[in-house]
Structures are given as structure tokens and as C-alpha cells.
Write a protein that binds this ligand. Structure first.
Ligand SMILES: O=C(O)C(=O)C[C@]1(C(=O)O)C=C[C@@H](O)C=C1
Length: 282
């Protein structure tokens, strides 16, 4: 298998910035492969088409990226988080060089980007029609190709430069410190020795067992294992059934208490899947 890294493309996405940052950190060169959707990226790694993939996981304004969580949780996908990459996301309103803000009638972008600029759109462009694109760079490319001065995209400065659009309004996200966390995925687990690693897993409680979640969290609390994230998603099978995503600080390769806690959690849950053990990185 050649060393290729798939990501949500085309060139000019924030995901592409995460790929560059990741490769800089590794000090490696790799062929980068832009794909159309998060699902395609995850599928391509899961089926060994590409060795690595990078996808968005969560955002400071909008929270989790459900397309990523749902695919990672699925039992048919066996791939692991091997690293995380934080990217500062600075959205710009972009349009053709001749466009004017007062004449914008349509806004196109990725759903996460649109949500991150919800208040801006409400205040400045309340009547604009919203169009969805598969990524912010795809939206920028669409404005360039359709050549309609009444259409604007939400995307990055880098995408504006790449596709020759101008910035109509700068930094339009509703909160200043907008950060998206991306994760690098691989079929092979990262085997690391650091005790301060993040261990990510997903589980579902045993059916109709009062205190099921309390019991699972108890296995962490008992040994003072620090939980840094808990998030629930619908199981998609029965209304009201949830699966839980948890991050802890600890490493079952080098800490017996973490290994024991994970064994206990697996034993007391209906479904359990390790999502990865990786170094916390900014
Ligand atoms: O569309 C992009 O540029 C992406 O990299 C995707 C994505 C996401 O899905 O969260 C990444 C960062 C921003 O939060 C908005 C969009």
C-alpha cells in the first residue's frame, strides 16, 4: 500500500490545511488525495484504498461533526484515530471580483460553515437563499464556475486566493476563536507509550438497566481516570436509544488501571469499540 492521505477536498478546504499541518508535524511528504465527502474519505481508508485519511471531528461553535462520529462508531468500519489536528477556522464571505455586498442573493457553503456564521447571515443577508456544498472549497469553486455576481461563498482566504475570488466581508464567524479539530485515521492503531495520551471509545449501555451510564462512568471515577469528553448520538435503531463517545486521558498500553477500566466498560455495555489512542496535540 502506498503512502497516500485522503481528505475532504477540493484543494482549499480547512481539511486540506489540517493535512498540511499534520505532514509538517510528521516531517513527511505524502501524496494528498482530495475526495468529495467525509464518508468517501473514511470508506477509502477502511477499504485500504489510501493508507491515511483526515476528517473534521468537532468544532468550537457547532460541536461534533456527526458524519464523522457516526462512521467511526459503526461496527463495520475498523479504523483508528491516530492523531488530532486543530485548525483555526476564519471564514470569509467570498464572491466574484465585480460582486457587491448589496447585490448578493445566494450564499453557498458547507453546512458546518453556514451554521458557524448563522448570526452574520441573519444580520447582513437575511433574505439570501442558502445553497449547500460538499465543502467550503467546493462552494468557492462553484461561485467561480457559475460566474454569477449575485452568489457568494463562505470559505477560507486560501480558497479565495486559489480560485481568484475577492473577500467581500472578512472574518464572519459568529465567535472569534473558531477552531475545528480534525483527526487522522488509519487501519493500524498508533502504538504509543505516553501516559497522557487520549483514549477514545464508544459504547452503548445495557438495555433498560437503571443507572447503566452511572455504572460505566464509575469505572473511570473509581481509578481517578480523567474524562475529557462525553457526547451522545442516537443509536439509529430505536428511538431514545443512544451511544456515547468518551475521551479519557490515559493509555491502556502502559497503564493497567486504564486497561482494567476499559475491560470493565466493555463487559458492562451492549456495544463497545475502541476508536484510538493518540497524543493530544494542538
Ligand atoms: O469544508 C471545509 O473546508 C472543511 O474542511 C469541512 C469543515 C467541517 O466539516 O467542519 C471544516 C471546518 C469548518 O468547520 C467547516 C467545514
Amino acid at each position: 500500500m502506498s503512502e497516500q492521505i485522503a481528505y475532504l477536498g477540493p484543494k482549499g478546504t480547512y481539511c486540506g490545511q489540517a493535512v498540511e499541518k499534520y505532514l509538517r508535524r510528521l516531517g513527511k511528504k505524502m501524496e494528498t488525495v482530495p475526495l468529495n465527502t467525509i464518508t468517501e474519505v473514511i470508506h477509502s481508508v477502511n477499504t485500504h484504498k489510501y493508507k491515511y485519511g483526515i476528517v473534521p471531528l468537532e468544532n468550537t461553535i457547532e460541536g461534533s461533526v456527526s458524519a464523522t462520529l457516526d462512521k467511526l462508531a459503526h461496527k463495520r468500519n475498523s479504523l483508528y484515530i491516530i492523531s488530532e489536528i486543530d485548525i483555526s477556522v476564519k471564514h470569509q464571505l467570498l464572491a466574484l471580483p465585480q460582486a457587491r455586498l448589496g447585490e448578493i442573493k445566494e450564499i453557498i457553503s458547507h453546512t458546518q460553515a453556514l451554521e458557524q456564521c448563522r448570526d452574520f447571515l441573519f444580520r447582513k443577508l437575511p433574505n439570501a437563499k442558502i445553497l449547500l456544498a460538499k465543502s467550503t472549497a467546493q462552494a468557492v469553486l462553484n461561485v467561480k464556475e457559475k460566474k454569477q455576481p449575485g452568489r457568494a461563498a463562505i470559505g477560507s482566504r486560501e480558497a479565495a486566493r486559489k480560485y481568484g475570488l475577492k473577500i467581500l466581508v472578512r472574518d464572519i464567524a459568529d465567535y472569534k476563536d473558531n477552531v475545528t479539530r480534525f483527526v487522522a485515521l488509519s487501519k493500524e492503531k498508533a502504538i504509543i507509550q505516553d501516559k497522557d495520551a487520549i483514549t477514545a471509545f464508544v459504547f452503548s449501555c445495557k438495555k433498560d438497566k437503571p443507572g447503566g451510564l452511572y455504572e460505566i462512568l464509575g469505572f473511570l471515577a473509581k481509578d481517578k481516570i480523567n474524562m475529557t469528553k462525553i457526547e451522545s448520538r442516537p443509536s439509529k435503531v430505536v428511538m431514545g436509544d443512544y451511544i456515547f463517545f468518551i475521551d479519557i486521558v490515559g493509555n491502556h498500553y502502559v497503564q493497567a488501571k486504564v486497561a482494567q477500566a476499559l475491560r470493565n466498560i466493555e463487559k458492562h455495555s451492549d456495544y463497545f469499540k475502541l476508536l484510538g489512542v493518540y497524543q493530544r496535540k494542538k
